[in-house]
Design a protein around this ligand. Structure first.
Ligand code: ADP
Ligand code: MG
Ligand code: ZN
Length: 639
């Protein structure tokens, strides 16, 4: 039911060609015609019926002395005869009766015998009679137009309220939706920054009395799923203040002018509820650099952004409202947002490291029954690069897998399978490789894995598979032994060699190359290029960063606005070439000299499709290769 109601609301207003519009128009016109008719009829009926006698007859009667009195009412004459009969007549408009009568040859003496009363028209009556015939239709038309326009506007208002989204309010007293810092694992620095804000919201007086300036705006920056929204809610939860949240992307869908007024309302409501928090999620949706938009549709965004800025500037220092915003694209934000007095406090939230991942996993396993073999440490170790949201869905996937197989507890095995699911998307069982494809893929992945295990700086292999997932035909999962923030030149070189491993193996075994390695080639070329142009890792080019973060940006220099000459450009190309050639030679050497191991790995892959780390290491050992082990690194004696 509510659905059909909503539809009606949505349709009538938005489409001026809709049924109700035409109904109104026709009704209005019919009413107008009927009123006009009624008016004419009424106006005619008030007029006296045509005069009884002609003015010449009247003159004759006066001459004969038959008339005793005449009452003049405008142009109408009421005549009373000596014999008490009454007649009416009309005089010529705009001329005095006496004048008219004298024209008919009535003497003054004869007129004196007649009592002439002039019934003076009141000015109101005069104006009314003059104006009504002319004004009435006009008034009707105006009324009609007003009525129609009101209909349209009413419709318009409905349309707006249809597209409008109320800010979501999280009540501090609602225990169910309350989030505190306990629910947010890791993000230590961010929490430390925000504790100050919590303190202020809890006890604003303390800060205001001492004249401390509290930031109005706090910008949370971090990748998708790193817990920005969660953290903002936790601040409100810790401080016990109302939390008004709205998403930047919602403004974009609104009609022109609505976004700005929504912002106004939002700030007004929040001020009334102060101390409180306003949270603008995905602020990059409205806060992008202004004036760079291509095509139309940006007005609304700009107006909304301007309104946010105006509201923030209008804050009194004692307003006790704190604006928090979240973005994963701080690079595209309008600089105006970052000016002092606006979002001048910025908090970065990084992807969780191994320790934080363990904590996040622990938080999301609170209400989950686990089998005894579950070891979250192992899961945390195997999930570098996972965001909080990824870990949340990993736990959820694990529970779903267990439930599907009618088990009462979640096993380690479920969680391990979920890692891959979250990382690579669901398995594509429907796509079955034919025999040849399978062989090629097996050798390709074996090439990656073999090169990776022979190079000192490449990450160890955790798993190899030729079951296709997502877009890749197969994959070799190599995981760093530790979370790394920095990578060295030697690591990059080994990475490039390992990426080439797939291509070289295919070429050597089948004397042919497929489209399979194209993604590998793209990635490794980009990496080699970055080494030369950004990280200063080329001896020939020297320690020069030729390209900034993000390379050729859309808004700074133009697409071909290179900051270096053709000569340098050619040098870069030859350096990139040299890096890749060096890595190629290294990888090729491994594959040629260890062909036996390559065949063994590929053979096993064709057989079982997946090789886990333990089995892979057995194969290596069988071929005289010592696998890299974590212990080797951790338990190195400190000499
Ligand atoms: P963002 O807003 O940064 O995209 P969210 O705050 O919406 O991310 O996070 C999505 C979900 O991921 C949260 O609801 C929570 O379940 C989980 N999550 C993310 N980060 C953390 C964390 N640090 N601790 C616990 N859970 C987290
Ligand atoms: Mg979010
Ligand atoms: Zn590959």
């Amino acid at each position: 039911m509510p659905d059909s109601k909503k539809r009606k609301n949505a349709k009538g207003p938005m489409t001026p060609g809709g049924d109700s519009f035409w109904f109104n128009l026709v009704t209005g016109i019919v009413a107008l015609v009927m009123l006009a008719g009624a008016y004419t009829y009424f106006a005619n009926s008030t007029k006296k019926p045509s005069s009884d006698i002609a003015i010449s007859q009247l003159a004759a009667d006066i001459g004969a002395g038959k008339v005793s009195a005449i009452t003049i009412d405008g142009n109408d004459l009421a005549i009373t005869y000596a014999d008490k009969t009454e007649k009416t007549s009309k005089k010529e408009p705009d001329s005095a009766l006496t004048q008219t009568l004298s024209n008919y040859g009535i003497e003054k003496a004869q007129l004196d015998a007649v009592a002439i009363n002039v019934k003076r028209e009141s000015t109101w009556e005069f104006w009314a009679t003059q104006l009504i015939p002319f004004l009435a239709p006009l008034v009707l038309i105006i009324a009609f137009v007003w009525y129609l326009s009101r209909q349209m506007k009413g419709a318009g208002m409905q349309a707006f309220s249809f597209g409008q989204s109320k800010p979501r309010l999280i009540d501090p007293n609602d225990a169910n939706s309350r989030v505190t810092f306990k629910d947010v694992a890791g993000a230590k620095e961010a929490k430390e920054e925000l504790i100050e804000v919590v303190d202020f919201l809890r006890n604003p007086r303390k800060f205001l009395d001492i004249g401390a300036r509290i930031p109005k705006g706090i910008l949370l920056m971090g990748g998708p799923g790193t817990g920005k929204t969660l953290l903002a809610r936790a601040v409100a939860g810790e401080a016990g203040v109302p939390f008004f949240s709205i998403s930047g992307s919602e403004f974009v869908e609104m009609f022109v002018g609505v976004g700005a007024s929504r912002v106004r309302d939002l700030f007004l409501t929040a001020k009334k509820a102060a101390p409180s928090i306003i949270f603008v999620d995905e602020i990059d949706a409205v806060g992008r650099v202004r004036g760079t938009g291509v095509g139309g549709g940006n007005d609304e965004r700009e107006q909304t952004l301007n309104q946010i800025l105006v509201e923030m500037d209008g804050f009194e220092p004692n307003e006790k409202v704190i604006v928090m915003a979240a973005t994963n694209r701080p690079d595209v934000l309008d600089p105006a947002l970052l000016r002092p007095g606006r979002f001048d406090r910025r908090v970065t939230i990084d992807l969780p490291d191994r320790h934080d991942r363990l904590e996040i996993l622990a938080i999301h396993s609170r209400k989950k029954p686990f089998a005894e073999d579950v070891n979250l440490e192992v899961i945390a170790e195997r999930t570098p690069g996972f965001s909080g949201a990824d870990l949340f869905s990993l736990m959820n996937e694990g529970a779903i897998l267990a439930a599907r197989e009618n088990r009462k507890t979640i096993a380690q095995f479920d969680l391990i399978r979920s890692i891959e699911k979250v990382m690579l998307g669901p398995e594509r069982r429907s796509h079955v490789l034919n025999k040849k494809e399978k062989e090629i893929t097996a050798y390709h992945e074996a090439g990656h894995a073999l090169v990776a295990s022979m190079l000192p700086y490449a990450d160890p292999v955790h798993k190899i598979s030729i079951i296709s997932r997502g877009r890749a035909a197969g994959y070799t999962l190599k995981l760093p032994l530790d979370d790394k923030k920095m990578q060295s030149k030697l690591e990059f070189l080994d990475d490039i060699a390992m990426s080439l491993g797939g291509y070289i193996a295919e070429k050597m075994v089948f004397n042919d190359v497929t489209t399979g390695p194209s993604n590998d080639l793209q990635v490794l070329t980009a990496l080699a290029r970055d080494m030369v142009t950004r990280y200063g890792m080329s001896d020939k080019m020297g320690t020069v960063a030729l390209e900034g973060e993000g390379g050729r940006a859309l808004f700074g220099a133009g697409v071909d606005g290179k900051e270096y000459s053709e000569k340098v450009s050619a040098d870069i190309d030859s350096e990139v070439r040299a890096i890749i050639d060096g890595a190629y030679a290294k990888a090729e050497n491994i594959i040629v000299t260890r062909r036996d191991a390559l065949d063994a790995i590929a053979g096993r892959l064709i057989e079982t499709e997946t090789i886990e780390r333990e089995e892979f290491e057995q194969i290596l050992i069988a071929h005289g290769i010592t696998p890299k082990r974590k212990q080797d690194i951790e338990h190195q004696p400190l000499v």
